[in-house]
Design a protein around this ligand. Structure first.
Ligand code: PAF
Length: 289
């Protein structure tokens, strides 16, 4: 695996890759890699010739500085894991390399519409602008044919779809299914911060999503399952931020306020705090993304 820390070196290398008519797949990450990330790399390996993974903990997307400080950094282990799936290139830039203009400089503002203000956007103000800024910079450097992201961050995937449109980019976004632990907990770098006791409780989020799916289709009571799931999580010691049933339409998310049509895409999504750790998850209830 090649390791690049400077964007000019990576760009030069990728220019040669393109000259040799090889396609480029890209998996952007913030490190603390787990099987979920590795499965994105495996999908990229299947679909493209040369796979680039980036590890960069992006300061501008953390609305909570404490969350940024606590973000796990495990570069040595990450490199070992990337080698197990034959990653071709790792891009590991420092903050100055990605933000030579400084973190507090005025950055481009993206018009993501309402998508930016619901769910994660509502509880993490500014988060998606930060994601837009860094993914735009990374895409300009890597210029991949295909970009691979996980469904666990569904709203982020829709934001990136909009970003690609804003950038008039030809890169194709591939949304890969959420990887889960044996007990159903969605894989996440944040899971490592859970105490053993909280880790045992955490799969209740996935159980709650499945409960919503089972209760759905109940005519006018289609929201009932979400209310029950909210109460049940609260009783088990979670602090839920949202437990919602949503309509996904043209890269937008709307809260569902009427029973959906048969061909609508509907997802259930949850964000909840447990043991000082914020966990998110979602499942598709009907339709396709
Ligand atoms: O999902 C993530 O890990 C980050 O939001 C991303 C896409 C790498 C941007 O920093």
């Amino acid at each position: 695996m090649y390791l690049f820390k400077r964007k000019t070196d990576l760009k030069k290398h990728l220019d040669l890759v393109r000259k040799n008519n090889k396609s480029i797949g890209f998996v952007p990450t913030m490190g603390a890699l787990h099987q979920g990330h590795l499965s994105l790399i495996q999908s990229a390996k299947k679909d493209t010739d040369v796979v680039v993974c980036s590890i960069f903990v992006n300061p501008t997307q953390f609305n909570d500085p404490k969350d940024f400080e606590k973000y796990p950094i495990t570069v040595d282990e990450d490199i070992k894991k990337l080698n197990t799936v034959s990653t071709d290139i790792l891009f590991l830039p420092a903050v100055d390399e990605m933000y030579p203009e400084g973190l507090t400089a005025k950055h481009q503002h993206y018009d993501f519409g309402d998508l930016e203000n619901v769910l994660e956007g509502e509880f993490r103000p500014g988060h998606f602008q930060g994601v837009g800024i860094i993914v735009h910079k990374l895409l300009d450097i890597v210029q991949p044919d295909q970009l691979f992201m996980g469904q666990k961050d569904l709203q982020q995937c829709l934001i990136i779809k909009k970003l690609l449109h804003i950038m008039q980019s030809d890169t194709r976004l591939v949304v890969c299914p959420t990887m889960r632990e044996a007990d159903g907990l969605a894989m996440s770098s944040r899971n490592t911060r859970l105490s053993p006791e909280a880790r045992k409780k955490a799969p209740a989020i996935y159980q709650a999503l499945k409960h919503i799916r089972d209760q759905f289709g109940n005519g006018l009571l289609f929201m009932e399952g979400a209310h029950e799931a909210f109460d049940s999580l609260k009783k088990q010691g979670f602090e839920p931020e949202y437990v919602d049933i949503l309509l996904v339409e043209n890269s937008n998310i709307k809260k569902l306020d009427h029973p959906p049509a048969e061909n609508d895409t509907v997802v259930a999504a949850i964000a909840a705090w447990l043991d000082g750790v914020r966990l998110i998850d979602n499942i598709i209830i009907q339709g396709n993304l």
